[in-house]
Every structure is written in structure tokens, then in C-alpha cells.
Design a protein around this ligand. Structure first.
Ligand SMILES: [Zn+2]
Length: 392
């Protein structure tokens, strides 16, 4: 989908500016709205009272006393469902998830189904359409109430064409324009992005990246993906591949990667690689999750595999931390559930690979949003996308 031009903010009315600030920010206070919009307190109040009357905005928490000195907590203002809905769809290799939220950043419904890896892209999108339809009708809403849909795909997306930019990574989707295909099914605008980019955005807005401004997100699941937030914005790069830390070379003597290069981080520390390694001693293990359980239970082989993965990821992150100097590094995906077993060797390797001030500034933490991060990010991209909404 081609990027849309942004209209001049000065041309928007006061109400539009308040609505946009609320869509972007989620629940907030009158004082924050004044600061964000640059409008006077009186203008914000007038706009809000009109929007409250029309049911677009709801206000809560007005009379809650706060602090030892008493006083009143300022009212919290947010967009309600009447202002419109945002839908997020996450296409994983083994699952499909859809979330319906309102523009006030509240999740209203969530559905997930397992899928077969390698399933035809058209069938996956048909299922996504059905899931969104069912979730909406269960809430008493229709597709026309949806202002936009975010779609996460586990491969880099070229934002200028909407095409998957590395067909070898997702062969069954080669040549498909996933955003246009889903938009044709749902009749609503669709923003498509790489799933790890969306995971990064969700952790930044609502999870372990909250309060940071520059953040790196690494998702270790079947493969390793990554996303970057720079100065509060998702940074996609020229071809949509930014943050792909899974394809940083860590061992030239290791195997050939699905990207065509040799010794990528994905080959030595991706979920598939780790499971293949553990199966030599534990043939019963088929999922990364089981390997992580083994490590947490103190199984020596599982522990060794997870700690080695931590070292390799830390080594690869060294270059990233040197280059973008993030204040937060968030580790998501199933391997992240290993917690400190993974993070400790990762921090150690990071210290050996990056310069001291960059390491000191980068707090390495586990993601907070788990399996939901990508679908939540698909909602977030609708809430953050400029000009997604034409306000009534
Ligand atoms: Zn690779």
C-alpha cells in the first residue's frame, strides 16, 4: 500500500486534533491533551464536552481521591467504541490471532487458532476474515465500525509495494500482496508489517518497552526476528528489513540459513535450530517451549542449549547496541520465557561485544506481552498510523 500524504496539521479542526491525540496516546488527562495538542485549556474543554455529548469520548476516574493530602485525581479521558474500532491480525507460522480493540486502546475481543505451517496464503487469509467477522458480531459491531486493520506477517515487508521482501523466508506467500488481499476480503483499509516490527511497537506502547524512546526488540520463536523503535517511532528501513538481527553472521562455520547466507544467528540460536540440537539427547522434545521448560527444571542439556543461545544472541546484539544505542532491549518469543537463564549469558556476551557506555545504557529485559505481542502491535499500528481515520 503506498504511503499516504499527511495533511497540514494546522488545517485540522480543534476536535480533530483532540481526537488524533487520544487515538495516538490512549487514556490520558485533560492537562496532557493540552500539552500534546498545543491548544488552550478552554479549547480542549470545549472540544471534549462536544465529543463527550456525541459519545466518541468517555471520561472516568473523576472523583478518586489521590495522595495523603487528598485532592482529586484528574479525570481520565479516552476514546470509546463509538469513535471506531481497530483490528489486529497476526499470521504466525503455527497460529492465527485476531484482536478487536476500540480507539481508546482497550481490547474488546481476542481469538486465536492453531494453523499448519506451510498452509496456502489464501486459505489463511480466508480464516482471518472469518475470525474477524465472528469477533465483531460477537461484540455487536460490524466491519463498517472498523477504521483500520493491522496485519502482521512473519517476513520483511517492503512498505513501498506491500510485498514480502524475502520470499525464501516465507515461500508459500511469494508474490502475494497480503495487505491488499485482506483489504479486499474485509472491505477496510489494511496496514501490513513484519510481525517482529509489530511486536516491537506493542512492547514499546504497552509492555516492557514503556517509557523508553529507543528500543530494540528481539523475538526468538521458530526463527529470530527483530524490530527497532527509534525516537519513539517504528524504524522500518529502506526495504523493511531493519532490526533483522536473526540474520547477523555469528559463525561463518555454521550451516546455511534460509536467507541464503551462512552462519546467521537464526541458524545457531533460532527455535528450529535449538530444538534440532536438543533432540539428539531428548528425542521427545518437539517444541521450543518444552526445551525452555527443561532448562527451567534444571536439565543440564537444556540449560546448556539455552545459555549458549543467550551468548550467541548477546554477541549479535553487540553490533546493534553499538550502532543504535538503545535504552531498552526487549526479548520476546518462547525463548524469552527462560528469563534469567537466557538473559544472564546474553548480558555477558553483550558486554564483550559492545562499548561500555552503550551496554550500561541498554537495559535487557523479557517482553511482557507474550503470544499476544504481534496481534497487539497490529492494533497499535492502526492507532499510530497517521491519517488512518477520517473523523465524522
Ligand atoms: Zn540468515
Amino acid at each position: 500500500m503506498p504511503p499516504r500524504a499527511r495533511p497540514d496539521p494546522a488545517a485540522r479542526g480543534t476536535a480533530q486534533r483532540v481526537l488524533e491525540a487520544l487515538r495516538h496516546q490512549g487514556p490520558t488527562t485533560r492537562a496532557d491533551l493540552v500539552a500534546r495538542t498545543g491548544l488552550s485549556r478552554a479549547s480542549v474543554s470545549a472540544a471534549l464536552s462536544d465529543l463527550l455529548d456525541r459519545g466518541f469520548v468517555v471520561e472516568t476516574g473523576e472523583s478518586a481521591p489521590v495522595g495523603p493530602a487528598g485532592g482529586r485525581r484528574p479525570g481520565v479521558i479516552r476514546l470509546g467504541p463509538r469513535a471506531g474500532l481497530a483490528v489486529g491480525v497476526d499470521v504466525g507460522r503455527r497460529h492465527l490471532r485476531a484482536i478487536v480493540a476500540d480507539l481508546g486502546h482497550e481490547v474488546l475481543a481476542e481469538v486465536a487458532e492453531p494453523t499448519d505451517p506451510g498452509q496456502d496464503s489464501g486459505l489463511v487469509l480466508d480464516r482471518a476474515e472469518r475470525m474477524v467477522d465472528q469477533a465483531l458480531s460477537g461484540l455487536g459491531f460490524r466491519l463498517r465500525d472498523v477504521v483500520g486493520v493491522g496485519l502482521g506477517i512473519p517476513a520483511p515487508i517492503d512498505q513501498s509495494t506491500g510485498r514480502i521482501n524475502a520470499p525464501s523466508i516465507l515461500p508459500e506467500w511469494a508474490g502475494v500482496l497480503p495487505g491488499s488481499e485482506l483489504a479486499a476480503r474485509l472491505g477496510r483499509p489494511v496496514v501490513v508489517d513484519n510481525d517482529a516490527n509489530l511486536g516491537a511497537l506493542a512492547e514499546f506502547m504497552w509492555g516492557a518497552g514503556r517509557g523508553s524512546s529507543t528500543m530494540a526488540y528481539v523475538k526468538v520463536a521458530t526463527g529470530i526476528g527483530g524490530g527497532l523503535i527509534i525516537n519513539g517511532r517504528l524504524f522500518r528501513g529502506a526495504a523493511g528489513t531493519s532490526g533483522e538481527v536473526g540474520h547477523v553472521t555469528v559463525d561463518e562455520h555454521a550451516g546455511v540459513c534460509r536467507c541464503g547466507n551462512r552462519g546467521c544467528l537464526d541458524v545457531v540460536a533460532g527455535g528450529n535450530a535449538l530444538v534440532a540440537t536438543v533432540r539428539r539427547t531428548h528425542p521427545g522434545i518437539t517444541q521450543l517451549e518444552e526445551l525452555v521448560h527443561g532448562a527451567r527444571d534444571g536439565d543440564p542439556a537444556c540449560l546448556r542449549i539455552v545459555t549458549d543461545a543467550g551468548s550467541h544472541i548477546g554477541m549479535a546484539l553487540g553490533s546493534l547496541v553499538n550502532l543504535i544505542n538503545p535504552e531498552r532491549v526487549v526479548i520476546g518469543g518462547d525463548l524469552g520465557r527462560a528469563g534469567e537463564i537466557l538473559l544472564e549469558p546474553m548480558r555477558l556476551a553483550l558486554r564483550r561485544a559492545a562499548i561500555a557506555p552503550a551496554v550500561t545504557a541498554a537495559r535487557v529485559v523479557v517482553g511482557e506481552l507474550g503470544d499476544r505481542s504481534e496481534a497487539l502491535g497490529a492494533v497499535a499500528v492502526v492507532l499510530r498510523e497517521p491519517d488512518m481515520v477520517s473523523w465524522p
